[in-house]
Ligand binder design. Structure first.
Ligand code: SAH
Ligand code: SF4
Ligand code: F3S
Length: 450
């Protein structure tokens, strides 16, 4: 080739969940053919994309403060004779599209989570400085059909979106409004993407969906998430499969059985419960009780005894009394979590819970969050400490902080730090765990005992 596409610099900042991480990578894939290459800083970028999250008020507010800073950068670039295009993508874009354009005129375009395949067209139009600045379609199918098959080299682990949207309508949550109705990608398309990843050297794939275990293949009747996992487990080189996030109501027998039978399916399950009081769970519209959740965990552990359970919790939901919160602590003690995320309830405009009586005072919610996190951290440390002395298969992912060190991942999603030759990158090798902290393990290669 004699002609070269001029390099344009693209800066993408990602907020929120793993689905946004996946979408950010795919936006870069969509823009690469136009000559956009990733840069790590916004100040030199020709195009800045903020891929936003709407889940809690703080997440949304961060976007507007970031936009304030970008506006100044854009001005400085213009003063120097250059140009910067600012795009807002993701869940805030979907929820507050028009408002973003009104609140921050420096924003050139707004693109929702199901419309980012239109970015090239939107950018072109905005460069002609008129026309559509807002794309907020809800058709996930059109997006996936329009995405390029190629993915930038992602390293040893990768995310792969298989399901989008949510029909559960928990009363606190914006996701059903920002991501639309539940929709599953065809199994053939998922498999094709997984093969591309495996060929690029990916050894571990995490299947993503807002309700990933509600997956139901539109192109293979009766193929649910368990069937999809079994199909992907056959791909050469793809040694580890994970999935997130799941809803307890969609945890079916086939998926539980797969945890006991499919070697590639890692013994780690993120299964949010949110609260331990049935009164609160009902007000949250969670479609499960504390008891049914605990029984479900028992069944999963019967299939895969060593499985690490992780969860999400909300404290200070409207109407939550001390006794309700005690029930959450009690459920946590019953289950025993390997890791968890816990949040103070955030009132989201337009959701049913925002209008409920009995909003909890911030100081009360703060105290509850602290008590819950203390317990969860204790459990996490205990889970990590229980690995000391064991030999675990570790997938080596990246260099450690010091020369000669590598960082890998245990089957239970713990980071493992150790001295190991760089040639092991991308390999799975046995590691004897010597010590454990709150967030990671350390050990040494145990190759002779492999
Ligand atoms: N689909 C997933 C995750 C949704 S968002 C699920 O059903 O579990 C991730 C987490 O954010 C939720 O599990 C919940 O714990 C938390 N969350 C959602 N809305 C919230 C709100 N309004 N306030 C505080 N936390 C919230
Ligand atoms: Fe939100 Fe509930 Fe759907 Fe999860 S299941 S995305 S918490 S509405
Ligand atoms: Fe946030 Fe949207 Fe994910 S609201 S948590 S980025 S689905």
């Amino acid at each position: 080739m004699t002609t070269e596409t001029p390099v344009r610099r693209l800066y993408v900042k990602t907020y929120g969940c793993q689905m946004n991480v996946y979408d950010s990578e795919r936006m870069a894939d969509v823009l690469r053919p136009l000559g956009y290459a990733i840069t790590d800083t916004p100040d030199e970028a020709d195009l800045v994309v903020l891929n936003t999250c709407h889940i809690r008020e703080k997440a949304t507010e961060k976007v507007y403060s970031e936009l304030g800073q970008l506006k100044r950068m854009k001005q400085a670039r213009a003063d120097a004779g250059g140009a910067m295009t600012i795009a807002v993508a993701g869940c805030v874009a979907q929820a507050e599209g028009e408002e973003i354009l009104r609140r921050q005129p420096a924003v050139d375009l707004v693109v929702g989570p199901q419309a980012y395949h239109q970015l090239p067209e939107l950018i072109a139009r905005s460069h002609r400085s008129r026309g559509e600045r807002l794309a907020a379609d809800f058709a996930a199918e059109a997006k996936f059909d329009a995405l390029p098959a190629e993915r930038a080299s992602t390293g040893v682990t990768a995310f792969l979106t298989v399901q989008e949207g949510c029909d559960k309508f928990c009363t606190f949550c914006v996701v059903p409004y920002t991501r639309g109705a539940e929709w599953s990608r065809p199994a053939a398309a998922v498999e094709a993407e997984a093969r591309v990843l495996a060929a690029q050297g990916v050894r571990e794939v995490t299947l993503l969906g807002q309700n990933v275990n509600a997956y139901s293949a539109p192109d293979a009747e009766g193929l649910g998430l368990a069937g999809l996992v079994r199909r992907l487990a056959k791909i050469e080189g793809l040694d580890r499969i994970r999935y997130t996030t799941s809803h307890p109501a969609d945890m079916d027998d086939a998926l539980i059985a797969a945890h006991g039978e499919v070697e590639a399916l890692m013994p780690y399950l993120h299964l949010p419960v949110q609260a331990g009081s049935d009164k609160v769970l009902k007000a949250m519209n969670r479609a499960h009780t504390a008891e049914s959740y605990v029984r479900l965990i028992e069944r999963i552990r019967a299939a895969r005894p060593d499985i690490a359970i992780s969860g999400d919790f909300i404290v200070g939901f409207p109407g939550e009394r001390d006794s309700d919160f005690e029930a959450t602590l009690s459920l946590v003690r019953d289950v025993g979590y390997a890791s968890a995320f816990s949040f103070k309830y955030s009132r989201r405009p337009g959701t049913p819970a925002a209008a409920m009586m009995g909003q909890v005072a911030p100081a009360v919610a703060d105290a509850r969050l602290q008590a819950l996190q203390t317990l969860l951290v204790e459990q996490q440390k205990a889970f990590n400490a229980a690995q000391v002395g064991r030999v675990l298969p570790v997938l080596f992912e990246k260099p450690g902080r010091h020369p000669g060190q590598l960082i890998g991942r245990s089957p239970y999603l713990q980071s493992v730090h150790l001295e190991a030759p760089a040639a092991l990158m991308g390999q799975i090798a046995p590691v004897r765990i010597a010590s454990a902290g709150q967030n990671s393990l350390a050990g040494e290669l145990a190759l002779e005992s492999a």
